[in-house]
Design a protein around this ligand. Sequence first.
Ligand SMILES: [Zn+2]
Length: 105
Amino acid sequence: MYCNACGKDIAEDGRFCSYCGTVVGIAPRSKKLMRSRAERKIAGVCAGLAQYFDVDVSLVRILCFFITLATGVCPGVVTYLLAWIIVPSEPELKPVVAAQQPVTS
Ligand SMILES: [Zn+2]
């Protein structure tokens, strides 16, 4: 594999050119707002926001709660429902381990 920027030969599994530092191969995954599956309470909107902004889930939930109360409940609830519809859910993780285990019967 060759670097597109400087043309030097680099390792096949390298993600950066060791000569000029240019990102090569697979582009780094861009941050995407998604509803969390692992930490969801209702639809995972707060957990998704927490993941996106890299903050604690509880903090986001408390903030959402008080913003909802402060705005007279309805705007907060509508925003949450909209986020539920608009923000895509995290891709479901398939239970690979279970499939690989030998059948004991
Ligand atoms: Zn390079």
